[in-house]
Design a protein around this ligand. Sequence first.
Ligand code: ES4
Ligand code: ZN
Length: 334
Amino acid sequence: SPLHEFIKGLPKCEHHVHLEGCLTPELIFELAARNGISLPTDPVYTSISTLSKRYEHFTSLDDFLHFYFEGMAVLRNEQDFADLAWSYFQKAHSDGVHHAEVFFDPQVHKDRSIPYETIVGGFSKGCQRAEKELGLSTRLILCFVRHLPVDSARGVYNELVASKHFEADVVHGLGWSSSEVGPPKDMFRDIYADAKESGIPLTAHAGEEGDPTYISTALELGATRIDHGIRLVEDEELMKRIARQGTLLTVCPLSNVRLRCVQSVKEVPIRKFLEAGVKFSINSDDPAYFGGYILDNYYAVQEAFELNVLEWRIIAENSVQESWIPDERKAVLL
Ligand code: ES4
Ligand code: ZN
């Protein structure tokens, strides 16, 4: 397509990528060997290629999450976390990403006895290296998971407070993710109330598999951004409100296809969001599992919707404007 060079050159900001979702089959095998960890007995772990093949056939969010949580068991030492983050930032840089806000799941690592300091220490070293060597700006967003007890989230939140990592901008904001339908919609109500009181920026995965009431609950609890949010189109009034408020949706088209939220990228409501004036960015989610990084997602949107230069400028501009960065940094990126 004639716009491919233009899209490649757009200044990109990534707002929705899980660092653990950047763990490629290659890196899983490499870290398992380095750390002397045996991989699960499931025959899909026979080789890099059998594992990669399995990733092409997820049946749902929870089917994917099983492999996502299994894979991250190879992360043991601070260096593993740093190497994983660095591998993502190098790829993002080559895709034209200038600013990246990245999620990580401390509860899941703590559950397998990795200390909070090892996790945050490693990931933040990866961020510092990206800032220094690639000129990327980065933000770490600590993500709570919905499949573990809320007490475990409270434990991590207490460690965040004790570490003063928010005040030091080591951890910039909070999110929630993992299984959407099932656990109570408002399970993080108390934690989000405390975090909001402390001025911590809040986002939440909502409206991926779940209906629009998951989105309205997230907003009620203090989220100022919505991750995925594609089912927003099912509630006209809520969509108008989100457009009016200027709330950003962080959309992940290839993820939605791989997890069967939609049958093809054409079903992702990109046109509807543009027409309704809903701000969104295009992101990679779990690129090691979903067959593409951010530029692949941009290209997939172009192939499905044939947007014009003006529409791409709106998308790129909104992704800069809604980033959690100071105005001076926005001015550099625009
Ligand atoms: C996720 Cl695609 C997706 N949805 C919800 N939670 C997640 N964690 C990692 N990837
Ligand atoms: Zn996600």
